[in-house]
Design a protein around this ligand. Sequence first.
Ligand code: NAD
Length: 498
Amino acid sequence: MREVGHFIGGKQVPGKSGRTTELFQPMTGEVIGRVALASKDELRQAVENAKAAQPAWAATNPQRRARVMMKFLELIAKETDSLAELLAREHGKTIPDAKGDIQRGVEVVEFACGIPHLMKGEFTEGAGPGIDIYSIRQPLGVVAGITPFNFPAMIPMWKFAPAIACGNAFILKPSERDPGVPMRLAEIMVEAGLPAGILNVVNGDKEVVDAILDDPDIKAVGFVGSSPIAQYVYSRATAHGKRAHCFGGAKNHMIIMPDADLDQAADALIGAGYGSAGERCMAVSVAVPVGKATADALMDKLIPRVESLKVGPSTDLSADYGPLVTKAHLDKVRSYVDLGVQEGAKLVVDGRNFKMQGYENGFYMGGCLFDEVKPEMRIYKEEIFGPVLSVVRAKNYDEALRLPSEHEYGNGVAIYTRDGDAARDFASRVNVGMVGINVPIPVPIAYYTFGGWKASGFGDLNQHGPDAVRFYTKTKTVTSRWPSGIKEGAEFSIPTMK
Ligand code: NAD
C-alpha cells in the first residue's frame, strides 16, 4: 500500500490532517494506496515555502530559469516508460495513451524554454521630448493550479511550466484520483535544478481547493475540470481579487458532410470517441452526419467497428482503451446509457455488460453507440465522459452548424469534408473555441493556445501559448526622462507627449 503525502519545500512530506482517500488501480479495481487530503494549515505551509523562495527565483535571469526546463526535458525523457506505467495504473488509460499524455505536457515545457524571448517587453524611444517608454513583464508571485484526473501529466505541466518559467512559485493541487505522476514531476523539477519551494504539490479535495481560493498570498488560479466546479472556482477566486482562468467540460461534435471520406470519418470517430474510454475533454461524443444517405452509410461502418473495439487492462499494449477511472464513474456512465434508452434513443451497440476476463473487479465498459439521438435528450445535453458515442442526424449543413453552435458547451468541434468552401465557412461561423478540419481532436500545439468557449471556459485568457505568459505575468509600464538640465517649472495639466 502506497502512502501519498504532499511535496512541500522541495521534498515529500506526509499528510498531517488525518484525512485520506483511497487510491485505486482501475484495471484490477484494487485499492493500491491512500492519498492524504491536505488541510488549510498544510496549504499555508506550502504557500509560506513558495513565498519565501519566489523573490530569488524571479531575480534569477530568464535564461537560467529556462535551463532548468531544459534539464527537466532531459530527465523526463529518460523516465517516460516508468512514468507512463505509473500513470496507466492509477488512471486506467493504456500505456501508449499515457505516453501521449506525457508528451503533450512535455511540449509545453519545450515552449516554456523560450521564456527569455516570450517575456520581452516593448520599448518606444523618444515618445516625447527626451522621454522613453518601455513595458516589462513581471511574475505575479505565488500562483496555483487545480487539475483533473484525466490528464495527470499533461495538464499539470501546462500549468506549472509557463508559470515557473515566468518567475512565479507554484502550488499544484492535482486530482486526488491519480496523484502519483504529478508528485514525481515535482521531484524531477527539483532534480533538474529548481530551487525548493518553487513547485509544491498539495493533494486534497474541496477543503484544500477552498483554502487556495481564499488564500491572500495566491495571486492567480488556473483550473481544469468539470464545468460546475470550474464556474465555482472562477467565481470564488475572482471574488478574492485573483486572476483566474477555469476550463470545464465538453460535448464535442463531429460533422460528417456527404462528400467526406466515410472510412476516414469512421476511423476518426472511433479513435476520438472511444480512445481513453472517452475520458478526454476533447473526445468526440456526438457525430452529426448530414443527410440520410450519409447517416445510413456511416452507421454501417461504425457499428462493426464499435462492436470489435478491444477493451483491455491498461498494461495490454494492444488494447484500444482501458477501464474507467473509478467504480462510481463507471456507474454514472452506465446510468447515462440507461437514460438514453429511456429517452428513446436507439442503442445500436450496448457495451454496458462487458466483463474483462481475469479482471472481473476492474472498471471496464464496452463501447456504446446510440443512433437517432435528439437535441432535447439529456444524453445529448450533458457530458457523459465515457465510451459512448451519440449520433444526431442533421437534415442539412445549416442544421449541422447550429447543433454545436447552440450547445451549452463549446470546447472542440470537427468537420469532415472535401469541400474547402464548406470547411472555411464552418470554421468561421461555428460558436466553439477549437475547430478541426478533417482532424478529430484539434488540441492546439503548445505555441498556440488551448481553451473552449461558453460553459467550457471561464475567464479571458487561454492555456499555454502566448496567453499563458500574459496570464502568469503582470505588465509594468515605465515612462522615463533623464534630466537634461532644462528647468520647465511645474506642469498642472495631465502630462501628454505633445
Ligand atoms: P472535477 O471537476 O471533478 O475535478 C477537478 C478538480 O477539482 C480536482 O482537482 C478535484 O479535486 C477538484 N474538485 C472536485 N470537486 C470539487 C469541489 N466540490 N470543490 C472544489 N474542488 C473540487 O473533474 P474531473 O472528474 O477530475 O475531470 C473531468 C472533467 O474535466 C470533465 O468534465 C472534463 O471535460 C474536464 N476537462 C476539461 C478540460 C479542458 O481543458 N476544458 C481538460 C481536461 C478535463
